[in-house]
Write a protein that binds this ligand. Structure first.
Ligand SMILES: [Fe+2]
Length: 206
């Protein structure tokens, strides 16, 4: 059985970027529902027993995929934000790769926000790396993750489902995405770039 992971900053730690009511709906209602639904599948499908969350995401389809991927995506999303992110910048090899592949951090931000704006309907905008360290932006729809079918490894993500921002931002998705940028947990993103492996989130959810 999987559990809702603890938020590293509580439900008020990201305010005023995301206020308590927005966080409560997103975390307590939406994210919890995906985990509850996944646990119902676990109760009735013995083939899922003993698998990590990542293994379930990679091997499932239909409702099991939708709920396991959304359980994973949201945990990754919570962990890639920080209250003290404001003003923080990427450093080291990640900063070098951003400069090489996007020109500058500002150009990456502009393309990330644009990619989130162009994600039609519900989905996610991701910064990813391939095994050689080349960066790319990937937009996925609904529950989809970049790393299925030998796709790239996620480093960072913004949730662009309306439920992620509608309480605080109404339809102003661009403002939400631009403010998200000031709360990126660059330590988390850098760790993902160092390992170039899909983040093990199972340990935070069992
Ligand atoms: Fe969400």
């Amino acid at each position: 059985m999987f559990k809702l992971p603890e938020l590293p900053y509580g439900k008020t730690g990201l305010a005023p970027f995301l206020n308590e009511e927005q966080m409560s709906f997103h975390y307590d209602k939406h994210h919890k529902a995906y985990i509850d639904n996944l646990n119902k599948f676990l109760e009735t499908d013995p083939s899922l027993k003993g698998k990590s969350l990542e293994e379930i995401v990679l091997s499932s389809t239909g409702g099991v995929f939708n709920n396991s991927a959304q359980a994973w995506n949201h945990t990754f999303f919570w962990f890639n934000m920080a209250p003290t992110g404001k003003g923080a910048q990427p450093t080291g090899p990640l900063a070098d790769a951003i400069k090489r592949d996007f020109g500058s951090i500002d150009e990456l931000k502009a393309k990330f926000v644009d990619g989130g704006m162009k994600t039609f309907g519900s989905g996610w905008i991701w910064l990813c790396t391939d095994a050689a360290g080349k960066l790319s932006l990937v937009s996925t729809s609904n529950a989809a993750v970049p790393f299925t079918n030998n796709g790239p490894t996620p480093l960072m993500v913004a949730d662009v489902w309306e439920h992620a921002y509608y309480v605080d931002y109404r339809n102003a998705r661009q403002k939400y995405l631009e403010t998200f940028w000031s709360h990126v947990n660059w330590n988390f993103v850098s760790e993902n770039y160092t390992t170039k492996k899909v983040r093990d989130l199972t340990k935070a959810m069992v």
